[in-house]
Design a protein around this ligand. Structure first.
Ligand code: BEZ
Length: 211
């Protein structure tokens, strides 16, 4: 069965462009993103990896480590990195897993046979410090991902892990949040000193609590 939210992110050992890693040891105590690429030396993937390299500081500010995987060898990845740096005006700064035997791709269900028998689709797994899966995304090979959206989701995941709020549609860091239904008005008064607004009994908003 496919990995689902709340499942343990499976551990593995793999060769990467930054040496052999044990995934759990590499993750440490922070957050992690594991994301797959259909193939090396392909155009959309090239732009994605360059984009992520340029977002390094924004992931680091959130204590998030990033690692990519594709079903090519580390040697191939090393050759491709030169092209990524050249064409995307970046310096690659995170590891790419070499997965020619599809060990990681199969473990995480990244090959969708009705899309392609041999290449991974574009998966994203956000993994929390408890090593559980907090978010999954699946895109087809033809559509590059929006990494600003992934940062936005991480802001929501980290906020809602600590405070009894949820985030509304199109929420951005700093916007008002929603008081979760399990919190009574009495508890909300204690929890949210900036106050809350009751639009409906089930729809209550409050300023972002960690600001
Ligand atoms: C790409 O990254 O551009 C790509 C990879 C596989 C299939 C189609 C596009």
């Amino acid at each position: 069965m496919a990995l689902q939210l709340g499942d343990n992110a499976p551990n593995f050992t793999a060769q990467t462009t930054e040496g052999t890693i044990d995934f759990y040891t590499w993750l440490g105590n922070g957050w992690g993103i594991l994301f797959s690429h259909p193939k090396d030396f392909t155009p959309v993937c090239t732009t994605e990896l360059g984009t992520v390299a340029k977002l390094r500081d924004r992931f680091a500010q959130r204590n998030v480590k990033v690692i990519a995987v594709s079903v090519d060898t580390v040697e191939n990845h090393r050759g491709w990195i030169g092209d990524i740096n050249e064409t995307q005006a970046c310096t690659m700064n995170f590891p790419i897993i070499g997965d020619p035997d599809r060990k990681v791709a199969d473990l995480y269900g990244m090959i969708h046979p009705n899309a392609s028998d041999t290449l991974t689709v574009r998966c994203v797994f956000v993994i929390g410090p408890d090593r559980k899966i907090k978010l999954t995304l699946t895109y087809p090979a033809s559509t590059g991902r929006n990494f600003d959206e992934i940062l936005r989701v991480i802001d929501s995941l980290q906020l809602t892990a600590k405070h009894k709020v949820a985030t509304p549609a199109n929420w951005q860091d700093g916007d008002d949040c929603i008081v979760i239904p399990a919190v009574s008005n009495e508890e909300a008064t204690d929890l949210f000193p900036k106050g809350f607004t009751e639009v409906k009994p089930y729809l209550r908003t409050t300023p972002q609590p960690n600001r």
